[in-house]
Design a protein around this ligand. Sequence first.
Ligand SMILES: [Zn+2]
Length: 339
Amino acid sequence: MTSSDLKSGWSLIGNGHIFEFLVKSLAKNNVSGSYIFTGPADLGKATAAHFFARSLVCDNTDSLKKPCGKCPTCIEAVKNIHSDIYLIEKLEDKKNISIDQVRDFIRNLNMSSFLNSYKIGIIKSAENLSQGAVNALLKTLEEPKIKVVIILTVTDLEALPKTIISRSQILRFKAVASNIIHDELIKNYKASRSQAKNFSRLCAGRPALALKFFQNEEYYKSYKAYVKSFIGLLDIDINERFSTIENILGKEARGQEAVRLAAGIVDIWQNLARDLMLMELNLADLIQHEAFIKDLAEVKSKLNLKALLNLINILRQSREYLAANVSPRLALESVAVSF
Ligand SMILES: [Zn+2]
């Protein structure tokens, strides 16, 4: 049984060591009471958690513990309506995952399964747990129950209290090489060669992001718009730059949503500035936004090294502004007027 055999059917790209580990623990009936899936965003942690949950509840898994995908259990699980799989995450516009959410979560996990199967609780982005929620969860982790599995996903393990970490099995997700993402996009998702080339570079090692680009046209369209807004800034005057910012932030985004949107845009702009620096260093073959290389070359021709370094600095500063609750519009404007 090779590692690629083990991976097949889990519909995830890269991170074969995670699948091997989970499949082996399923095969040996050696499943832990709690897991932490940790690693940067968009590596497929939540997808892996769902697949693991489905492998635990499906009655017809094959020799590789792959859920059959056809039984009523699998169909309910795929639709996210399976009563033995319970997911919580931070609600939009709430500051954190509340103690009430965790109490509900625990109550659900403690009810015995109708089907006498596993009960699985998934907490997405567990760094959002409030202090009270952490305490409520700890009690449950201290007294693990048979056939109850809790999976936390988290981008920064350090953000979780040691008391939770020490009681869980830690699985670390890593960035995936772009050639692996490229080949899987073609083989398993029927992407064209040019799509695979573009998205595998653009996602910078994050397969879930590559899939989002490929499967969600709207998402890719708005990503492109953020790239274009950056590229176009140099050619317009200050007033037009302000209205560009107003346009990309939109009128609907408010509060935390606007902060998230602005942080996402700054993120993309930082990566573009990094690409400009790679071009400056004659390392253009490493750039992330290869599909925009002509536009970027034009931007670069208008920025000398000093201006580029200044831009990188201002972008970093605007991240700090956003973290310090400066208005998203002001944070983006500070970048727009800087070059
Ligand atoms: Zn099934």
